[in-house]
Design a binder for this molecule. Structure first.
Ligand SMILES: [Ca+2]
Length: 466
């Protein structure tokens, strides 16, 4: 290989890899300290033994009870969670879009007016030219003048034709485009009005909640709740019960879903308070008579912390790319401390196919740069609460503000499951708000510039199986 080829291939490799998750140190001026409050995950004393071999009889506890659904655009009862299938998120998106389109149409209207005015001016000018020509032909008859006027006439005919046919047809086309946009806006306005009407009232969609409930989804499984779907759980009798999506089929079920992304319908760029109490849609009824389809949601740091502190807890993160390939990462130990400790995460015991980003960081990076992307031992950060490990104390260095979601950022990430949703997967720094890899990234599977189609996080009490 000659020098040029070597250079090219090196450049290509660089362009293909281009890992971003970390924030490199500016040489000589900065230092990075990986030491954090690094607690060990709870690992012993599960209140569960292996599953009993004889499961309770199916059917007896599967009766469904109709309950009016709380929630909607506003929280009716925060403790009961929110279920809003009326597309309130969609409404916000359309409203945002409407503003920019309206502005564009206003600009376009101005262009059409300008064009119309200028074509009128030219028309008058040519008209004047025409009469001047006629007069001149009557007065002078010399050869030179005649030839001169012949040329002028040809040009005049050409210009007149342009004005009579080309200009008006261009204006007609523009007016047609404008009319189409106007009609589109009318349709959008109509849709928004309909949405507003639906959102004015509390969502009244009823979702039958199974009678069987429990401390969490493993408890529900043992009590006979074997169908995946929405259930009511109450981990602690001192607190209100809440709704959650249970996955009762993957690896024998018992999984409480704490995070789910699959279509970008819920905005994950939220404040500390939102992440603390949870947000999004727990589940939908897609015509099966019960809420068996999970929505996009974050269960809430308070609840996640409470569930993981009850005893040893395992976590399963499942993800899918835009071609339908699936991988997962599983950790035998996962504990989230309380808000006083800023929900610091302790995680251990990896197995799976997605890559151990939580403990090893991004394998594309090396040395200190890689250490910066380890999530274990990190506190939770949101764009309004910076607890990350990127120059603590400097308000201009906030991972969450640049990377799109709330997460256990270091300096900054190798995994970013709460990042922005990019339709189609591949995206570039120019599409990102801050030029950083703010998508739903799992670096050790797809790199920094690929945003996953779906990802979910589920927890289950860890117990020795028989
Ligand atoms: Ca920081």
């Amino acid at each position: 290989m000659d020098i040029k080829c070597a250079f090219l291939s090196k450049t290509r490799t660089f362009l293909m890899v281009d890992p971003r998750g970390h924030r490199p140190l500016s040489k000589g001026r900065e230092t990075y300290s990986p030491a954090r409050n690094n607690p060990a995950p709870i690992s012993g004393g599960s209140h569960y033994r292996g599953r009993p071999t004889e499961a309770p009889a199916r059917g007896t506890e599967q009766e469904k009870e109709e309950q009016p659904e709380a929630g909607g655009c506003t929280h009716a009862s925060e403790q009961m969670g929110v279920l809003c299938p009326t597309g309130c998120e969609l409404k916000t998106a359309i409203l945002k879009q409407e503003r920019s389109v309206k502005e564009e149409v206003r600009r376009m209207q101005k262009d059409v007016d300008d064009l119309s005015r200028s074509s009128n001016t030219i028309y008058n000018y040519v008209d004047g030219m025409s009469s001047a020509l006629r007069e001149r032909q009557l007065v002078k008859n010399g050869d030179l003048v005649s030839q001169y006027t012949d040329d002028l006439e040809t040009q005049h005919v050409y210009a007149k034709e342009a004005i009579d046919t080309v200009f008006p047809s261009n204006i007609r086309i523009l007016q047609g485009v404008l009319e189409k946009i106007r009609m589109k806006i009318q349709r959008v306005e109509k849709a928004i009005l309909a949405q507003r009407d639906e959102c004015r009232e509390q969502c009244t969609v009823s979702c039958p909640i199974p009678v069987v409930s429990g401390k969490e989804c493993e408890d529900i499984y043992r009590k006979g709740g074997r169908d995946s779907g929405m259930y009511l759980v109450q981990p602690d009798s001192f607190y209100q019960p809440y709704k959650v999506y249970c996955d009762q089929t993957t690896q024998n079920g018992g999984w409480t879903t704490i995070q789910n992304r699959m279509d970008g319908s819920v905005d994950f760029g939220r404040r500390w308070d939102n992440y603390r109490s949870g947000f999004g849609n727990i589940a939908f009824d897609v015509g099966k008579g019960h809420c068996s389809t999970p929505g996009e949601y974050w269960l809430g740091n308070e609840r996640i912390s409470q569930l993981t502190k009850q005893g040893p807890t395992e976590v399963l993160m499942e993800m899918e790319d835009w071609s339908g390939n699936k991988v997962h990462a599983q950790y035998k130990q996962f504990t989230i401390q309380s808000e006083a400790s800023r929900y610091v995460m302790a995680i251990n015991g990896y197995s799976g196919t997605a890559g151990n980003v939580m403990l090893e960081g991004a394998t594309e990076l090396s040395g200190e740069n890689r250490t910066m992307t380890i999530h274990n031992g990190m506190m939770f950060s949101t764009y309004d609460r910076d607890n990350d490990n990127w120059t603590p104390g400097d308000p201009s260095k906030q991972c969450s503000r640049e990377d799109g979601g709330g997460w256990w950022y270091n300096r900054c990430h190798s995994a970013n499951p709460n990042g922005r949703y990019y339709w189609g997967g591949a995206y570039t720094r120019y599409m990102a708000k801050h030029g950083t890899d703010d998508g739903m990234v799992w670096m050790n599977w797809k790199g920094s510039w690929y945003s996953l189609k779906a990802i979910c996080m589920k927890i289950r009490p860890y117990f020795a199986s028989r």
